[in-house]
Design a protein around this ligand. Structure first.
Ligand code: UDP
Ligand code: MG
Length: 316
């Protein structure tokens, strides 16, 4: 099979028939063999009935129904697990992404050799309250992930080589950072294609402004995991040791200062009356805590089922 289209959806009943017909038209024009996997993420409207009807009429239409609403990432995860095509395309169900982009995305993966191609909604039809924070979000994501050529990390329209989606694990709300996940898994050839973007035709957006707060926290987690996920001691141990040594030297300094004053007949105060003593003490305690966090982290990492999971590309 050439292409799997994975579509996560939550309450998008009006859009589905139109979207499927459009995909069908594009696929037939280009003679692709394909499947469309609708992942119904606990919709409370009639989305599932619509999907059932499509699946009954067309062998290419497939569906997964969640018992409740889990989120876009879990929906993508389950869609990816089911996908069989050589190239996997994800798109939003709300008709904001155009299926007309599929042939070119497919070509970029199969002929230009990209592992992942992300859509770039250069001209967006979204409110300013969304486009402005998005710019900031993408700049941060570029800097942290080191994927310098992506303008639009969170674009729902993306294409993947099959190996990519079978080897990464999207969870929580990490769908915003799939290119980063792919990069961490060793899929380095990541490209971008400017895509058409429409205003939402039916329904409403499913994400509020808290997407930016959560997105920012997720980015920090990912960065931390990719840097120190396997060996947390490398960061906590270092910081802890550094703080402890600084604190210790400061305590010695405070004591030495007092002894010097005593033996030279200068006025002196109790060590415990000096503010520096408490600063030094706090630093030492924090240092010990950080060191311990590192140790605990190492013990957790040691038990992680992923501690020896590597991406082996070829073997002879
Ligand atoms: N979506 C989903 N589960 C959710 C929220 C959203 O599957 O919990 C789907 C939604 O139906 C749509 C896609 O994810 O197909 C993108 O959502 P939306 O269009 O609301 O996001 P926006 O375009 O505003 O970023
Ligand atoms: Mg949308």
């Amino acid at each position: 099979m050439d292409i799997s289209v994975v579509i996560p959806l939550y309450n998008e009943e009006e859009s589905l028939p139109e979207l499927f017909a459009w995909i069908q038209r594009v696929m037939n024009e280009h003679h692709f063999s394909y499947e469309v996997i609708f992942v119904n993420d606990g919709s409370t409207d009639r989305s599932w009935e619509v999907i059932e009807k499509l699946a009954a009429q067309h062998e290419q239409a497939k569906g997964i129904k969640f018992r409740r609403n889990y989120g876009k990432s879990p929906a993508l995860f389950c869609g990816f697990a089911k996908a069989q095509g050589d190239v996997v395309i994800t798109m939003d169900a709300d008709l904001q992404d155009s299926p007309d982009e599929i042939p070119e995305l497919y070509r970029m993966i199969t002929e230009d050799g990209y592992d992942l191609v992300s859509g770039y909604k250069k001209k967006r039809y979204d409110p300013l309250s969304k486009t402005l924070p998005t710019k900031l979000f993408n700049a941060t994501a570029r800097a942290v992930s080191g994927i310098k050529n992506l303008h639009d990390f969170n674009c729902g329209l993306k294409a993947y080589r099959k190996e990519v989606i079978k080897n990464i694990e999207v969870y929580g709300e990490m769908h915003r950072y799939i290119p980063y996940l792919a990069k961490n898994a060793g899929f380095a050839k990541i490209g971008e294609k400017v895509v058409q973007h429409q205003a939402r035709k039916y329904g409403v957006t499913k994400f509020g402004l808290n997407r930016f707060v959560n997105g920012y926290l997720d980015l920090i987690s990912l960065w931390f995991l990719s840097k120190f996920g396997v060996q947390p001691m490398h960061i906590f141990g270092f910081l802890g040791s550094l703080m402890f040594v600084l604190g210790f030297l400061a305590v010695v300094g405070v004591g030495a200062h007092k002894l010097y004053a005593m033996y030279n007949g200068l006025p002196y105060i109790l060590v415990t009356d000096s503010p520096y003593f408490y600063l030094a003490l706090t630093t030492m305690i924090l240092g010990t805590q950080l060191f311990l966090a590192g140790f605990l982290g190492e013990m957790i990492a040691r038990n992680s089922s992923e501690r020896n999971q590597y991406q082996i590309e070829k073997e002879l």
